[in-house]
Ligand binder design. Structure first.
Ligand SMILES: *[C@@H]1O[C@H](CO)[C@@H](O)[C@H](O)[C@H]1NC(C)=O
Ligand SMILES: *[C@@H]1O[C@H](CO)[C@@H](O)[C@H](O)[C@H]1NC(C)=O
Ligand SMILES: *[C@@H]1O[C@H](CO)[C@@H](O)[C@H](O)[C@H]1NC(C)=O
Ligand SMILES: *[C@@H]1O[C@H](CO)[C@@H](O)[C@H](O)[C@H]1NC(C)=O
Length: 448
């Protein structure tokens, strides 16, 4: 072979190797766009204070991976706290995470002109507004006065309806809200079911503090204790402090009897969905949970994510049997005591739940196939409803960064870690509680 021929072959193989290298670099850089697109999805809506958005970016993948493990191991937890490159140019994720996206199916080529993410129609960031909400108290040191001066000011709607009632029924509202399924709208609930439930809800169901006039005793500020079920309350001795608030909120499997010293004894508001209540009765019976707390002051707030909730509310308030669905019965439901009337019940407005999801807990889960089952946890809806109605909020028993030190619930018989599933984003919620605490909008019990 001549020297010239050899040189040509060498040149050809060199070019071949270069080509392969270029192809490899191109592939790798395309894969880096995957996490970056997730980062963009987490950015607040245009016009919101960007700094205030809860989550660092680098954790998206660890979050997704964590769903398949019932208990969160080390992966993910730590990355949550390191501030990521949220708003700057895309930074490659830390090397530990870098390889994860490569396991995903081959990424599609990026859209021709990368633009800011547009809102998909399921988001629906427009809500009913209700002037009425502004008026229930006039507290000069209240949350609604303070919020404007915080990072939350831009996304907080002081006049969003928190609760729905007969005044919200109309064909036009039905058309608007039936587009959103689950807890986020009236999708899947037929109009007659809706009307037969909401039409019994009068003005006392419309406001959170329907008995404030009798109770206020000259005070202009409503002070609320919002009690989650976290293991951090075990041995806390916070019961007396909790009971001293004007109102005490509880949720789901809240067992009170036997735990009064740590969690208090009063329940002014009990938040649940029919589904979560039934699950709690199954899962926590051995811990002493046999149904919602019953007392003279107790009001029940449904978080409707199914027509079951509208059906159960109506039957419970009118003491009539449940005609259909999984709760069907010959007798009226007896979960809420003999003396329950329509005034004993309230039900969250789907606009409020959708607003919480969109503006406070817009998890990256919405970019996955779990989108339709994702919603803020029942405890999160309760705490954020208190934030939108009370003047002062003390939160107890909510997840804190040292959650691994505590059992899942304060009433657990022996230690079990917090479980993470795709339908809620508990880490994002935990981070939101920290931010609200730092902003001075809630006082979060952290057991220093
Ligand atoms: C609330 O208080 C302000 C002054 O602090 C007063 O001007 C206003 O009229 C009050 N509003 C109500 C509804 O009491
Ligand atoms: C709701 O208000 C209407 C009119 O004030 C009244 O007739 C009706 O009995 C009330 N319903 C309930 C369940 O209290
Ligand atoms: C109402 O306020 C007065 C004066 O502050 C106080 O003495 C009394 O105990 C309060 N009543 C109730 C029921 O809290
Ligand atoms: C609750 O606290 C007690 C006393 O610190 C401890 O012995 C117990 O293990 C705790 N319960 C759980 C479920 O962690």
């Amino acid at each position: 072979m001549t020297a010239g021929g050899l040189r040509r072959r060498l040149l050809l193989s060199f070019l071949g190797v270069c080509g392969l290298l270029c192809l490899y670099i191109l592939c790798v850089s395309l894969q880096f766009r995957v996490p970056w697109r997730m980062v963009q999805a987490r950015l607040p809506l245009p016009g919101y204070a960007r700094e205030s958005h809860p989550q660092p970016s680098s954790s998206s993948d660890s979050r997704i991976l964590a769903w398949d493990t019932p208990h969160p191991g080390a992966p993910g937890g730590q990355e949550e706290q390191t501030p990521g490159a949220r708003h700057g140019p895309p930074t490659p994720p830390p090397s530990k995470l870098r390889l994860k996206p490569t396991r995903a199916p081959t990424p599609k080529p990026p859209p021709p002109t990368p633009k800011r993410p547009t809102e998909p129609p399921y988001i629906g960031d427009r809500y009913a507004r209700e002037e009425f909400w502004r008026a229930q108290t006039n507290c000069s040191a209240g949350i609604r006065r303070k919020v404007a001066g915080t990072d939350f000011g831009a996304r907080f709607l002081a006049d969003i309806p928190v609760l729905q009632w007969r005044g919200h029924i109309s064909a036009a509202e039905y058309e608007r809200l039936r587009r959103y399924p689950g807890a986020h709208g009236w999708g899947g609930v037929d109009f007659d079911t809706l009307v037969s439930c909401l039409s019994i809800l009068n003005t006392s169901s419309r406001v959170m503090f329907d008995d404030w006039g009798r109770r206020s005793n000259g005070s202009t500020c409503v002070r609320c204790a919002v009690v989650g079920n976290g293991g951090i309350l075990n041995g806390s001795r916070k019961g007396r402090e909790i009971d001293q608030h004007d109102y005490v909120f509880r949720v789901n499997g809240a067992v009170v009897q036997g735990f009064e010293e740590d969690v208090g004894s009063r329940t002014s508001f009990y938040t649940f969905s029919t589904n979560t209540m039934r699950n709690s009765m199954r899962s926590y019976a051995s811990a002493g949970y046999h149904g919602p707390p019953v007392s003279e002051e107790t009001r029940y707030i449904f978080l409707p994510d199914h027509d079951r909730d509208y059906i159960l509310l109506r039957a419970a308030a009118t003491h009539t049997p449940i005609e259909r669905g999984p709760e069907r019965s010959k007798d009226p439901p007896k979960y809420f005591g003999e003396h329950a009337t329509a005034d004993t019940f309230k039900i969250y407005h789907p606009d409020f739940v959708r607003y919480l999801r969109n503006r406070f807990l817009r998890s990256s889960t919405l970019r996955t196939r779990y989108r339709d089952i994702y919603r803020p946890s029942t405890g999160a809806v309760m705490l954020l409803a208190a934030l939108h109605t009370c003047d002062q909020v003390s939160a107890y028993g909510f997840m804190t960064p040292d959650y691994k030190k505590y059992s899942d619930h304060y009433y657990d018989k022996k230690y079990r870690g917090v479980g993470f599933f795709a339908n809620h984003d508990l880490r994002m919620e935990m981070s939101l509680w920290q931010q609200l605490h730092r902003a001075g909008l809630i006082r979060l019990y952290m057991r220093e």
